[in-house]
Each structure stands twice: as C-alpha cells, then as structure tokens.
Ligand binder design. Structure first.
Ligand code: SF4
Length: 233
C-alpha cells in the first residue's frame, strides 16, 4: 500500500515474483544439477517473505552552477549531477531496497553458498523496486526518459559517497519508512539498497559511461570518451 507523508511517497508492497528460471540463469544453475533442488526449496521458503520497498520525494531544482546544484534547499557538489540537472526544474530523490526480511533467516553464517544465493534473490528484489519506481514516476509525471545518479556510484569524483548524508536528509527517517539505515561510512543496510536522484532528460545517461573501472560485473554501458568530453572530465 502507498502512503503519502508531505511530498514524500512510500511503497512497501511492491509486486515481486521470484522466478526460478531467471534465478537459475543468474546463478548459472542447470535444471536437475547438483544444487537445483536445494535452490528450488530455498525459493519456496523465501518467496512469500520478500518485500521490496521504495521511498521517494519530488523536489525542486533551485540553483546550479558548474559544480554545485541545490535540490530542495540542499547543496550537492557534483559537476556531473549539476550538468544533468542543468535544464531541470524538478528531480526525484529516492531510496529503494530489497528489504531486510531475508537477512533474518535462521541460516548459519558459515553457509556461504546459501547466503550467496539469498543475496542474488535480494538483488532481483531490488531491481523490481527500482523498476517499479521508474515506471511509477514516468506514469505519474508523464516523463519518457528517467535516468538516475547515485552518490558513490562509479569513480569517487563523479559524485562523492559522502553526499549520501545530504540525500537522506531530503527524505527524513528512511529507516523508519522502509528499513534502510545509513552507516557512518555512508553504506546502506540492507546491503541490497540503492539511493539516488532521478531526472527527466532528452539525452540518455548512465554513470558507467564515465567510469573507467575495469571488470565491473554490474557495468550497464561501456566507458565512452565522447560522453566524458561532454561532461568536461
Ligand atoms: S562500471 Fe560498475 S562501478 Fe562503474 S559506474 Fe558502472 S556499475 Fe558502477
């Protein structure tokens, strides 16, 4: 069910279907192989428990220069973010999470393989939460393209992770709202959570295009020197 708190919107019951075929493909498990039965049993156990969640806030983009952008009165230092919001008068600050329901399972911490499978399931739940958020905002505000940026994503100078503090300050008590806690080192618990700012744009943007980190398993687009040039990097 959705709840509204001021301009903040919270979704705690996002639809999520844990599909065995997709999980097997992610884990490179062949039907009928050694671990297939164990994973099928795990799916049956955890599927009813998973609750992906999202909180977001529609914010005004007030001022921007080449390095700094002000979102609902909060200052963010990132030339890339500032450039991405150059034409925007609104942006959507969000935190999405897989939820922490599976972290409480009575499974030995030494069962590393099983925890790896659970982490993969949580990752799928997180993707469901982010997809839900994107579709919701696009439909609600009639937006076609809705890329996003996250503090700490990619190389540190793109948008420093320390700015998680400012981002969370725009949402309030995120832990109470959807159970996501920000640690002193600006990481999020549960581990499968993501924070960021979505914005409407005519041009596609993926942070990976500016990131030269090699062998990243999560890369969504190749590094692009032309894009780097466009952002004056
Ligand atoms: S390549 Fe990897 S580390 Fe770099 S921005 Fe993309 S997902 Fe993040």
């Amino acid at each position: 069910m959705q709840q509204a708190e001021n301009s903040i919107r919270i979704f705690r019951n996002i639809p999520f279907q844990l599909k065995q075929k997709k999980l097997f493909a992610t884990l490179k498990i062949v039907e009928g192989s050694e671990f297939a039965g164990e994973i099928t049993a795990l799916i049956e156990e955890v599927a009813p428990l998973i609750r992906p969640k999202v909180v977001y806030r529609k914010c005004s983009v007030d001022q921007k220069d080449q390095r700094i952008v002000i979102v609902n009165g909060v200052e963010f230092s990132s030339s890339v973010l500032s450039r991405n919001l150059a034409e925007a008068d609104q942006a959507f600050v969000f935190v999405a999470t897989s939820g922490d329901e599976l972290d409480k399972l009575a499974i030995s911490k030494e069962d590393i393989l099983k925890w790896y499978w659970i982490d993969s399931i949580k990752e799928m739940a997180l993707h469901a939460a982010v997809d839900f958020l994107r579709e919701h905002i696009k439909n609600e505000y009639g937006i076609k393209k809705l890329p996003s940026m996250s503090p700490g994503s990619g190389e540190s100078h793109i948008w420093p992770i320390e700015q998680q503090r400012e981002l969370f300050s725009l949402l309030g008590d995120v832990e109470q709202m959807i159970g996501v806690k920000l640690t002193d080192s600006f990481l999020m618990i549960p581990n499968k959570s993501v924070s960021g700012i979505c914005f409407s744009t005519e041009t596609d943007f993926i942070t990976c295009q500016l990131c030269q980190r090699e062998e990243c398993p999560d890369r969504q687009a190749p590094f692009d020197a032309m894009v780097q040039q466009r952002y004056n990097f």
